[in-house]
Write a protein that binds this ligand. Structure first.
Ligand code: G3H
Ligand code: 13P
Ligand code: ZN
Length: 311
């Protein structure tokens, strides 16, 4: 059924695992993710960005996710707004059937972030909708907002207690070295996460669910497949999966994954077209693409999240 993230995160925190939050943009993506989660009995968060709502429309996204709920009645599914830029967009999604929203005020001055997050929480909690907010700035592309490497900023552990207390948010996204997209580190740069900051945040907020954005691993196998079949993505680099696995055993209860799904789907479609240049029925290439999404999600559940059998 469609649920908020409250119980999911409580169980994840106590169980030492994380729930996957996967970005959805169309039917095949919703189906691939939920088929994997149903088979592995893994709770799941399906999240839609502003870009997703622009691409597919709010109504299609909600109805696609509702269809997944009908097909998988026993699977806990949350429908979450990814990177809500304002109170208004959060309210739109709460009114329009979402069970969880992120208010992303991470690029705003601290006091503005507090004030608007509080406003979102006041509204959301009347409707049993959970709220995520963010402190600190990730490098890379944050939805429409490009954050330059040098503008990126790790989360300040001294702010987190005050922020959570004053806003009443249900979870907090923090910046510890992850970033959005397929180019998270420069070539030759050693991928690193600030586990010391995560530990400090966790000790200031006992029992409180932490969220990691920008947590794709950009698995070389898929980058290679894309490049082998005519793509051009040199130097694509992500977060090593063992680091994410470790984070999932700590206070991190939600791990956001979009780029790895895009890579899996794109690799599959490129390979299909290279091998079947005469095919033109979209079902022929979208079926393996959907299977590639499913395979990637199965892999994440077992290798990174540890949430199999927790539904
Ligand atoms: O936060 C970024 C997510 O990967 C969503 O990306 O804004 O292109 O839909 P998008
Ligand atoms: P990736 O680009 O690493 O998949 O991050 C996705 C994300 O954080 C969505 O909010
Ligand atoms: Zn994000």
């Amino acid at each position: 059924s469609l649920v908020n993230t409250k119980e999911m995160f409580q169980k994840a925190y106590n169980g030492g695992y994380a729930v996957g939050a996967f970005n959805v943009n169309n039917m095949e993506i919703v189906q691939g993710i939920t088929e994997a989660c149903a088979e592995l009995k893994a709770p799941v968060i399906l999240q839609a960005s502003a870009g997703a709502r622009k691409y597919a429309s709010h109504t299609y996204l909600v109805k696609l996710v509702e269809a997944a709920v009908v097909e998988n009645p026993d699977l806990p599914i949350a429908l979450h707004l990814d990177h809500g830029a304002s109170y208004e967009i959060c309210k739109d999604c709460i009114d329009g059937g979402f069970t969880s929203v992120m208010f992303d005020g991470s690029s705003k001055p601290y006091e503005e972030n507090v004030e608007e997050a509080r406003k979102v929480v006041d509204y959301a909690h009347q409707y049993n909708v959970t709220v995520e907010a963010e402190l600190g700035r990730l490098a890379g592309i944050e939805d429409a907002v490009a954050v330059e490497d040098d503008k990126a900023q790790f989360t300040d552990p001294d702010q987190v207690q005050d922020f959570v207390k004053r806003t009443g948010v249900d979870s907090l996204a923090i910046a510890i070295g992850t970033s959005h997209g397929a180019y998270k580190f420069k070539p030759g740069q050693k991928p690193q996460l600030r586990f010391d900051i995560l530990e400090e945040v966790a000790s200031r907020l006992p029992g409180f669910p932490i969220v990691l954005h920008g947590a794709s691993s950009v698995i070389p196998e898929f980058v290679q497949m894309i490049n082998q079949y005519g793509g051009k993505m040199p130097d694509a680099i992500g977060i090593p999966e063992d680091m994410l696995r470790k984070a999932a055993t700590m206070a991190v209860c939600k791990i956001n994954i979009d780029s790895d799904l895009r890579l899996a789907m794109t690799a599959s479609v490129r390979k299909y077209f290279a091998e079947h240049p005469d095919h033109f029925d979209p079902r022929q290439y979208l079926k393996p693409a959907r299977d590639a999404i499913k395979g990637m999600v199965e892999h994440k559940i077992t290798a990174v999240l540890g949430c199999a059998g927790k539904a």
